[in-house]
Design a protein around this ligand. Structure first.
Ligand SMILES: [Ca+2]
Ligand SMILES: [Ca+2]
Length: 339
């Protein structure tokens, strides 16, 4: 083999490896705390193009601004927040998703979650308003509002973007600690609270608290107590998804090409704050404006316990506003999948 041929073969092997790992498409950006994050793992699922594009279920509403997702595998409902002021629920029925209802409530809605999988309410995070709101599912009515401005400040459209509920059970199991380093293993409000705490992720790009996650213990009367503030691996965060099967929290970073940070809710002191322990970071299979993510066990007859689904929302709708992945085999989830 000539030197020229050997060189060509070497380049071909390198090129194939780059394609396989995605490093050619997704060069790694700088990582804060790189000592604890050795590398960004490649995406453990099907390619973006091979995931099911659900955008046709509501193409006019999702033309832009789809930003928050919450998958409830118990009820087979996919909840979606659009920052043009409407949230939507899709129903999984006979193997497909169909639109069940829209809720045009107004506000800069950037994230959505539930505290009770079978309850009759959903919680929305409004960014410019800096508030969490609870709405009834059946009646669509606003039930309560928690204003967070006194804690977060007025960050306008560079503010709270991600919302997740951590039930008491996982606060205890996860060894959750407050800002002072004290174990915070349940809501302090008893029957007046929600049976857990809310985590709020903020963008705040260019500010001191960029990418941080705040913990709030909400009371049913609209007041709250601040539990802590946690730095993350990157300087922008736009979505949170908590997996109650594994106790892992997924933090979506819409910066440096989009990554998913995985933490087990443990934290350590970092200056005046704390910082979540980063177990790993995963490359998101898109470089668009990805602002929504959710995951959970599959809702499928005969599904194994290790079969996971996940969803991404693209605020800019460059290659579909909403994608449904059914081969998500992140290392916390087991796998392989039976199909
Ligand atoms: Ca969001
Ligand atoms: Ca916004």
């Amino acid at each position: 083999m000539t030197l020229k041929k050997r060189t060509l073969l070497f380049l071909l092997i390198v090129f194939q490896a780059m394609l396989r790992t995605g490093s050619w498409l997704f060069p790694s950006g700088p990582v804060l705390g790189a000592d604890t994050i050795p590398r960004i793992l490649p995406w453990p699922g099907e390619k973006w193009e091979n995931a099911v594009d659900l955008t046709s279920l509501d193409p006019s509403l999702w033309k832009r601004n789809l930003s928050g997702i919450y998958w409830n595998s118990r009820t087979g409902r996919l909840w979606l927040a659009n920052n043009s002021g409407t949230f939507t629920v899709l129903k999984f029925n006979a193997g497909v998703f169909e639109k069940e209802r829209e809720y045009p409530v107004g506000g800069d809605l950037e994230a959505i979650t539930q505290t009770d999988l079978e309850g009759d309410s959903v919680f929305l995070l409004a960014e410019r308003e800096a508030e969490i709101r609870e709405y009834g599912i059946k009646d669509g009515q606003l039930r309560q509002t928690w204003s967070l401005k006194t804690c977060l400040g007025d960050l306008k459209n560079n503010g709270p973007e991600g919302l997740a509920f951590i039930p008491d059970e996982w606060l205890a199991k996860g060894g959750f600690q407050d800002s002072a380093g004290q174990v915070y293993n349940r809501s302090a409000h008893g029957a007046s609270g929600l049976g857990g705490i809310m985590l709020v992720a903020i963008q705040a790009v260019g500010r001191a608290q960029a990418g941080d996650v705040y913990a709030f213990d909400l009371k049913k009367d609209g007041t709250w107590t601040a539990v802590g503030k946690y730095q993350t691996a990157r300087r922008e965060s736009c979505e949170l998804a908590f997996d109650a099967q594994t106790g892992l929290l997924y933090i979506l970073h819409n910066i440096d090409g989009n990554t998913l940070e995985v933490t087990d809710l443990k934290s350590s002191p970092q200056g005046a704050d704390r910082r979540f322990t980063t177990l790993r970071e995963i490359r998101v299979p898109s470089r668009s404006n990805i602002e929504g993510f959710s995951l959970g066990p599959a809702e499928r007859v005969g599904a194994s316990a290790s079969e996971y689904w996940c969803f991404f929302a693209d605020d800019a709708n460059e290659r579909g506003a909403l994608r449904w992945f059914s081969r998500f085999s992140e290392s916390g989830q087991g796998g392989p999948f039976p199909f």
